[in-house]
Write a protein that binds this ligand. Structure first.
Ligand SMILES: Cc1cc2nc3c(=O)[nH]c(=O)nc-3n(C[C@H](O)[C@H](O)[C@H](O)COP(=O)(O)OP(=O)(O)OC[C@H]3O[C@@H](n4cnc5c(N)ncnc54)[C@H](O)[C@@H]3O)c2cc1C
Length: 310
């Protein structure tokens, strides 16, 4: 083991590090090419799974399915298909679920989804649809032996009246059969740990995997954070100050900021990370490299603690 590996291993308490990557289904042939370049670059890092989002209101139903199916057919990766309850009857959702099973998919990220009118509107379930995310989890588990992951919100879901209400819903999802929660992105790790304490105090014991969004475009990330009620610390704005027209430096800063966040989580006992890739490989590849996660061809004297475990 190199000294770098030893340091990393100490930081993770000797526990294996595992990662997963999230993609969204491409809209155009150019975006499809970008996505597949990214999948091919990241695949050798042997992620635990890769997930593909489902567009608001089921708008990407076919594209999500096509992307997930191609991952099954053309890569050794384990895909997780996101699925929401929005704008679909139970029968339609069940058909999508069966389609995934038949295509060889064994993992679904089950979500209620945003209101069809967009974030900020009141959520009204489809009259014949699954009413809640917990109902959807139960429906998926009834359909076949899928692994089911669900969402979690370290800063509370924007619609939620309280953390207690949020925890009730997370609890219901786990009771219905979810075995992993993946968090909304956050930039202040203390908020994640405060939330984790609340989750554990409620007796919810599934892994709560931090969702990491490497910020490459600060303005975009700020807009996203505002929409999702996610706190953007002022120090983060400071890191990107004056770099609006300097994408090269921005990228270096992005990698440094995300690595700092991930290593702080690692130091504090986290060893599983879910990366929001935005279909770009470079930043995530670099952060995984720092974590010691290596593609087989890159393994040498510096073989990492993470890859050894994957
Ligand atoms: C990891 C992750 C992946 C995601 N992937 C997608 C995706 O692929 N496609 C997509 O469209 N969206 C996605 N989202 C966003 C998600 O759909 C929205 O945040 C949506 O508003 C809530 O769906 P959920 O499953 O998180 O809701 P739930 O977990 O069911 O609920 C979230 C919170 O909303 C509040 N809430 C829900 N129902 C009620 C109610 N009846 N009364 C009061 N409060 C209520 C509660 O506080 C609850 O904790 C994702 C989010 C995360 C964190």
């Amino acid at each position: 083991m190199s000294s770098d590996d030893q340091r990393r291993s100490r930081r993770s308490g000797g526990r294996p590090i595992s990662v997963s990557f999230e993609f969204f289904p491409p809209k155009t042939p150019e975006m499809e090419a970008t996505l597949w370049n990214s999948i091919q670059r990241l695949a050798p890092l042997a992620p635990k799974f890769v997930s593909v989002t489902y567009g608001a209101g089921g708008s990407t139903r076919e594209r999500t399915h096509a992307t997930v199916e191609r991952i099954v057919k053309e890569t050794p990766l384990s895909p997780a298909a996101h699925l929401t309850c929005v704008s679909a009857s139970q029968g339609e959702v069940d058909e999508v679920v069966r389609g995934y099973w038949n295509a060889g998919v064994r993992h679904i990220v089950a979500l209620r989804g945003d209101p069809p009118g967009g974030v900020g509107q009141a959520y009204e379930p489809h009259p014949d649809g699954y009413k809640t995310s917990a109902d959807l989890v139960a429906g998926i588990r009834r359909s076949a032996n899928f692994e089911v992951s669900v969402s979690a919100y370290p800063e509370k879901h924007p619609e939620s009246p309280s953390f207690e209400r949020d925890l009730d819903i997370l609890n219901a999802k786990v009771d219905a059969g979810a075995t992993r929660a993946i968090t909304q992105c956050f930039f202040d790790n203390d908020l994640y740990f405060a939330y984790l304490d609340k989750v554990r105090a409620r007796g919810i014991d599934v892994p709560v995997v931090p969702g990491i969004l490497p910020v490459s475009n600060f303005k975009q990330a700020k807009n996203f954070a505002e929409k999702t009620g996610c706190y953007m610390p002022s120090w983060l704005a400071g890191r990107f100050e004056g770099l609006d027209n300097d994408p090269e430096t921005r990228k270096l800063i992005s990698a440094a900021v995300a690595a700092e966040q991930v290593f702080d989580l690692l130091d504090r006992g986290v060893n599983e990370f879910h990366f929001y890739t935005l279909n770009r490989a470079d930043l995530v590849y670099a952060i995984c490299h720092l974590l010691g996660i290596r593609a087989p061809q890159d393994k040498g004297a510096g073989q990492g603690a993470g890859q050894a475990a994957a």
